[in-house]
Ligand binder design. Structure first.
Ligand SMILES: [Zn+2]
Length: 166
């Protein structure tokens, strides 16, 4: 998608330094990716998710990357749902020599505008609890309307101690 000034304005978090429905990370990255382009060429920003191949004994995870293309089949970008920063370059499509392949998420920016971080961050993830309104033993996500209920459970533990005796 071509990121317009209006789009950037709509996804700017309200308070400086504090993420809300939208994150400063996303705002800054999109701004950075779109403002250093030439005045005559609008740079398109893409969002891709990595789909790991199923390999026995391997942890499977999906990462979402945001980046731009140089016109080839390569995308340069950053992972948005991981804690690692860094610019990656990767080819598109299913390459048998790679351990994963990438698939474009075409409606990402529409979804991000509507429900913010809920478009990619799990509700029990490390993004924190400030997106909830608690009502009794339930809570509702302020951004997307998702409901969760509180469940209680008990864990009985057996502890083993050590001491030196005569
Ligand atoms: Zn939500």
């Amino acid at each position: 998608m071509i990121i317009t000034k209006d789009y950037l304005k709509s996804i700017k978090p309200k308070v400086k330094g504090i993420d809300d429905k939208y994150t400063w990370w996303m705002y800054k990255k999109l701004k950075e990716m779109t403002t250093f382009q030439s005045k005559h060429i609008d740079r398109e920003v893409f969002v891709y998710k990595s789909i790991p191949k199923e390999t026995e004994g391997q942890m499977l995870y999906t990462r979402i990357y945001i980046g731009w293309s140089d016109g080839t089949r390569c995308i340069t970008g950053y992972p948005i749902n991981g804690k690692t920063e860094g610019c990656y370059m990767f080819g598109m499509g299913n390459n048998p020599r790679r351990d994963k392949y990438f698939e474009e998420i075409k409606d990402f920016f529409d979804k991000y505008l509507k429900i913010g971080i809920c478009s990619y961050a799990e509700h029990n993830s490390w993004y924190g609890d400030n997106r909830y309104i608690e009502i009794g033993n339930t809570r509702k996500c302020k951004y997307c309307g998702h409901w969760q209920k509180r469940e209680f459970y008990t864990i009985k533990e057996i502890k083993r101690y050590e001491k030196w005796v005569y």
